[in-house]
Design a protein around this ligand. Structure first.
Ligand SMILES: Nc1ncnc2c1ncn2[C@@H]1O[C@H](COP(=O)(O)OP(=O)(O)O)[C@@H](O)[C@H]1O
Ligand SMILES: [Mg+2]
Length: 288
């Protein structure tokens, strides 16, 4: 079943279609229809523009696996998130920005800059973290670093106002407040967890075992050995670019060999790894 989608008012439509307004950021709490709104914007934009979607929602992402910020390129037609090829991603290593604001901002900037020269428009999907001081800082810093011309703010009542007040008196970004459509259903905790599991499982479907020489690559900090099994990691190339995610299988005593499962092509040269904050199995289930 497809959602009825949003009824975009003509002012918002015109602003979104205006070619000067290259970057459009969508903000709102969890389950406020952000991603559905992005689908509607794609429908509006794709007949005319090449569009990049930067997905900065770590936990409930549609582009790239959970724990990453990723982007995909769309031309002419949107054919479902599952058919969108990930152009590039950055590993944050957690399913929430809380406690991970630096990698979060770094990733948004890097992925945004990679996408920008390749598209006419960028739509930025964001996490549902909207409450409290850290959310305010994150949204402000995201806005400062990306400089969207338009922010579409989806709220049920006034929950975003403590963030939006920071932009009062400014003409850029132009903020359009939108009501969350009444049909939007809030997912419960277990639905979120199961969505993540399914995304991880699909990502690791073709994973193979790969042994890394732990004494010759960058290790991004030393972690206690007992927590390494099943640890989610990111494999980086020799220039520090994120190549693929992996799951640690075994580590020998002195980290000389680290065996991991990863969908990455065996020929790729690995320069280092980053440790994620969670542990999962190949079924995508979190283990503690
Ligand atoms: N306009 C709408 N009318 C009815 N249901 C909607 C509408 N927009 C979204 N939904 C449904 O509400 C849920 C949350 O929407 P989603 O776009 O995934 O929110 P978010 O990206 O903010 O988490 C989804 O199940 C979606 O199918
Ligand atoms: Mg979403």
């Amino acid at each position: 079943m497809t959602d009825p989608g949003f009824v975009l008012n003509p002012k918002i439509k015109d602003a979104v279609l205006e070619s000067q307004n290259r970057t459009i950021m969508v903000v709102g709490g969890s389950d406020t229809g952000k991603t559905t709104l992005i689908e509607d914007l794609l429908e509006l934009l794709l007949p005319t523009f090449r569009v990049g979607v930067v997905d900065a929602d770590l936990g409930q992402s549609h582009v790239g696996p959970p724990t990453t910020i990723a982007w995909g390129l769309l031309e002419k037609k949107f054919e479902g998130w599952e058919n969108l090829v990930v152009k590039d991603f950055y590993f944050v290593g957690a399913t929430s920005p809380s406690g991970n604001l630096l990698p979060m901002i770094t990733g948004i900037k890097i992925i945004y800059e990679r996408a920008r020269p390749q598209v006419d428009k960028i739509l930025l999907d964001t996490t549902g973290m909207i409450r409290g001081g850290p959310a305010r800082v994150l949204k402000r810093c995201m806005t400062d670093i990306i400089q969207p011309r338009i922010i579409l703010a989806l709220q049920r009542t006034d929950e975003l106002e403590h963030i939006l007040i920071g932009f009062r008196g400014m003409t850029i970004p132009k903020i359009y407040r939108m009501k969350v459509p009444p049909g939007v259903r809030q997912k419960n905790y277990s639905e979120r967890v199961s969505y993540r599991e399914q995304r991880f499982k699909a990502y690791f479907e073709r994973a193979q075992s790969l042994v890394l020489a732990g004494d010759r690559i960058g290790l991004g900090g030393i972690v206690s050995e007992e927590y390494l099994h099943n640890r989610l990691i990111c494999l980086r190339d020799t220039e520090g670019r994120n190549l693929a995610l992996g799951i640690v299988d075994e580590v020998d005593g002195r980290m000389r060999s680290i065996s991991v499962y990863t969908p990455l092509d065996k020929e790729k040269k690995i320069g280092g790894i980053l440790w994620g904050k969670l542990r999962i199995n190949l079924e995508g289930k979190e283990v503690d």
